[in-house]
Design a binder for this molecule. Structure first.
Ligand code: BES
Ligand code: MN
Ligand code: ZN
Length: 513
């Protein structure tokens, strides 16, 4: 939990009082007491702490064991912010990183209540400072212990129960606004991590659908579920094909956020593959357990919709679609050589049943574009191992047919601390998918695997401005930082919300690159 407090920091008698320290500044902000500033001066003069990014320093201000009049807290934690980054996105990231350190250290000492004095800043507004700090604190405070017997890990770190933000002299109303925006973003990221951490036997298409129904109940979102029988009528041979070897039915989960029909509509599509065994083209055993994370694109869309439902941005309609199934190798499973027919009639020759993500996304893209006529479409998927070869775990791959949409996504990713890197696309790559017997095949050979996967998707978006995010390298094992845990990162939900806040229609005629 996080809340704004009016309590003066010196009066706070709780577990942990936190000040943020700039690398090249020798005074604390937020009207800190003379005592604390003298201590900081000493620490810096001795060279024990300089305020570098993610550096921290503890001390215990109660000299006699009793609360000191100038500083009643049990512990004081100084956290470095580094040298003031002059870019807005750089500065936001500095605050999130500091927030992550505070959460980690608070958990280490099992602090119940942590009071954070917000720093002043020349680059960011009060609301932005509060937003980024809140994101860092709440994302950094994340744990997944759903399957641990309670009480077994007594000595381990325990997440902080309550963060208190002290406005440090900034406008309290702006801080409250920013704190709320940050909380909504962080909750989206943490919910996405929860979904991903759930194993394939607990997070199935039914759980995706139930979660969507639940958020539709407490927000202005509308939820629709397309079930297997309807998929058959609609001719969704991609989702049905991938599901053929499975023991549980597939679903197409849809959430609609509608403001006004004159507003532009943006459509989000996320791969909700709850476990990817590879199917008949089965994956090697080593590391296969990680394929429970193959639903992270779906989790990003679902939790972005959750955030949209709560924040309710003006001027835009947002539709979220999550095609969801597992990819198993039961007796009825799809086989290499089989030919399927997608929604809208395009046929595909299956070369490798492990290239299943594109099959379920193709139906959702084609169906969504026909049904909702969006002005822009963004799909997210843990689609290819090749993107990890190319970009590692530090950037998601971005492929788009529209420069303006690509640019907006690059900026939203940068702002969110979730950087993207754009890759090319074009007919020369599409040729790799030519099939002798069908409209296209589902794999394009060894080279440019991330791009040929995107070419497959592009077949189903027509002229609609479209962007594809391949998050296979970042959805788990993302760049190590204080507010990103090991395991699933909850990536992309925050980028999507940042993209949709203040969405303006794309200008026409700037198509194609
Ligand atoms: N879900 C995987 C992609 C993946 C691989 C994500 C490793 C994260 C880590 C996807 O369904 C897949 O299996 N893709 C194949 C495609 C190939 C058969 C053309 C791949 O990347 O090997
Ligand atoms: Mn696969
Ligand atoms: Zn997959």
């Amino acid at each position: 939990m996080i809340k704004l407090t009016k309590r003066a920091p010196e009066e706070f008698a709780g577990d942990l009082l936190v000040y943020l320290v700039e690398e090249e500044v020798d005074r604390l902000g937020g009207e800190a007491s003379a005592l604390l500033n003298r201590v900081l001066y000493q620490i810096k003069a001795h060279g024990d702490f300089s305020g570098k990014q993610e550096e921290f320093f503890w001390f215990y201000p109660r000299i006699t064991g009793e609360a000191e009049p100038d500083c009643k807290a049990r512990r004081v934690l100084l956290v470095g912010l580094g040298k003031q980054d002059e870019t807005m996105s750089g500065r936001l990231e500095q605050l999130r990183l500091a927030g992550g350190v505070i959460a980690q250290q608070g958990a280490k000492v099992k602090a119940e209540e942590v009071l954070v004095v917000l720093p002043e800043d020349v680059v960011l507004s009060a609301a932005e400072i509060a937003e980024a700090m809140t994101e860092g604190l709440l994302l950094g405070n994340y744990r997944f212990d759903h399957y641990k017997t309670p009480g077994q890990d007594q000595d381990k770190a325990r997440p902080v129960a309550t963060f208190l933000l002290s406005d440090g002299g900034l406008s309290a109303a702006a801080v409250r606004r920013g704190m709320n925006r940050g909380r909504i973003l962080a909750e989206a990221g943490c919910s996405a991590r929860d979904m991903a951490n759930q194993p394939g036997n607990s997070w199935t298409p039914a759980e995706f659908a139930d979660y969507a129904k639940k958020i539709a109940k407490k927000s202005p979102l509308k939820c629709k579920i397309i079930e297997k029988a309807t998929m058959k009528k609609l001719g969704m041979g991609g989702i049905l094909g991938v599901n053929q070897g499975s023991a549980v039915p597939p679903k197409l989960v849809i959430l609609e956020y509608r403001t006004n029909k004159n507003n532009p509509t943006v459509m989000l599509v996320g791969k909700g593959l709850t476990f990817d065994s590879g199917g008949i083209s089965i994956k090697p055993a080593a590391g296969m357990e990680e394929m429970k994370y193959d639903m992270c694109g779906g989790a990003a869309v679902l939790t972005a919709m959750q955030a949209i439902g709560e924040e309710q941005p003006a001027g835009v309609n947002v539709i979220g679609l999550i095609p969801t199934t597992d990819n198993m190798s039961g007796a009825a499973a799809l086989k290499p050589g089989d030919i399927i027919s997608h929604f809208g009639g395009k046929s595909a020759e299956i070369i490798n049943t492990d290239a299943e993500g594109r099959l379920i996304l193709a139906d959702a893209l084609a169906y969504g574009i026909e049904s909702y006529e969006p002005e822009a479409v963004i799909d997210l998927a843990t689609l290819t191992g090749a993107v990890i070869v190319g970009l590692g775990h530090h950037r998601s791959g971005l492929i788009s047919n529209n420069d303006q949409l690509a640019q907006r996504l690059l900026e939203a990713g940068e702002r969110s601390g979730e950087p993207l890197w754009r890759l090319p696309i074009g007919p020369e790559y599409r040729k790799q998918l030519d099939s002798q017997v069908a409209d296209l095949k589902n794999t394009g050979g060894k080279s440019a695997g991330t791009i040929t996967a995107a070419c497959y998707l592009q077949e189903f978006v027509g002229e609609t401005p479209w962007a594809h995010l391949d998050i296979a390298g970042t959805a788990w094992g993302f760049t190590e930082k204080s507010y990103i845990p090991k395991g699933p990162s909850g990536i992309a939900a925050r980028t999507l919300v940042n993209l949709l806040r203040g969405w303006k229609s794309l200008s026409p005629g700037e198509q194609q690159s």
